[in-house]
Ligand binder design. Structure first.
Ligand SMILES: Nc1ncnc2c1ncn2[C@@H]1O[C@H](COP(=O)(O)OP(=O)(O)OP(=O)(O)O)[C@@H](O)[C@H]1O
Ligand SMILES: [Mg+2]
Length: 216
């Protein structure tokens, strides 16, 4: 297994006292405590297009979880840097449309580090329905619709920290923006997906669906 520190140095490219710089780049509050590895997983296949490696770092009492992701696309026709450019432009477009995406701390050679989002959204909403989740889902469906993404099952990959719904997969299943002539309907798939968790959209009157879906 490649040493985690090797990967951290390769991706974060620390300059000054290395541990301090790594902590700073990863957003730790205290950078003077010394860095240790709290836990580390191996590289495993994340899905059709990625390898992933979970890890947690510790500085003093602060422990934070991260994930390293490597782009391993199935289309040999496109070089990895071009595939990554597509993934990150989809991420940027959705983020600038108000969707929640994990923070990226560094990227190098097709591998990047982002926040580890602990739960599958489906697991969270079966137990607890936080108000922010509903708004995030509406924002996501609205963005897919307005930018005419040709997405396959866009809601099934979402993750959550219990408060927000976070998009983590910007691969080919998301499709490309502006590739459909007519704005597709993502409201019906969202409502159907929620029904699998016995969540009825209309039973949450705090946010009106229509203004979000009907604008633009
Ligand atoms: N930021 C993250 N936080 C937590 N887990 C993550 C994160 N990013 C990816 N994962 C985990 O890694 C898996 C694969 O990630 P992702 O969906 O981006 O890759 P993929 O290869 O496109 O997968 P798929 O073939 O299922 O679409 C996710 O299902 C999830 O379990
Ligand atoms: Mg995918």
């Amino acid at each position: 297994m490649a040493d985690l520190y090797d990967d951290l140095y390769r991706i974060l490219k620390p300059r000054r006292t290395q541990a301090e710089d790594i902590l700073q780049r990863l957003g730790f509050e205290s950078t003077a405590c010394g860095l240790s590895i709290h836990s580390e997983g191996e590289w495993i296949r994340g899905g059709a297009e990625t390898f992933v490696r979970m890890f947690a770092l510790k500085a003093g009492e602060e422990i934070r979880q991260f994930i390293m992701k490597a782009c391993t696309p199935f289309s040999p026709a496109l070089p990895i840097d071009k595939v990554l450019t597509k993934w990150f432009s989809r991420r940027e477009l959705l983020s600038s449309s108000g969707c929640v995406v994990p923070h990226v701390y560094g990227i190098g050679d097709g591998v990047w580090i982002e926040d580890f989002i602990p739960h599958r959204l489906g697991d969270v909403i079966e137990q607890l329905w936080a108000p922010g989740l509903r708004e995030d889902l509406a924002t996501f469906a609205d963005a897919l619709q307005r930018h005419r993404f040709d997405a396959i099952s866009p809601f099934s990959d979402l993750r959550s920290d219990g408060r927000r719904a976070v998009i983590i997969d910007f691969g080919e299943d998301l499709g490309d923006p502006n590739c459909l002539a007519v704005a597709p309907d993502y409201k019906t798939p969202l409502i159907n997906w929620l029904r699998r968790f016995r969540v009825d959209w209309d039973s949450f009157p705090a946010i009106s669906l229509d203004p979000l879906f009907d604008r633009g």
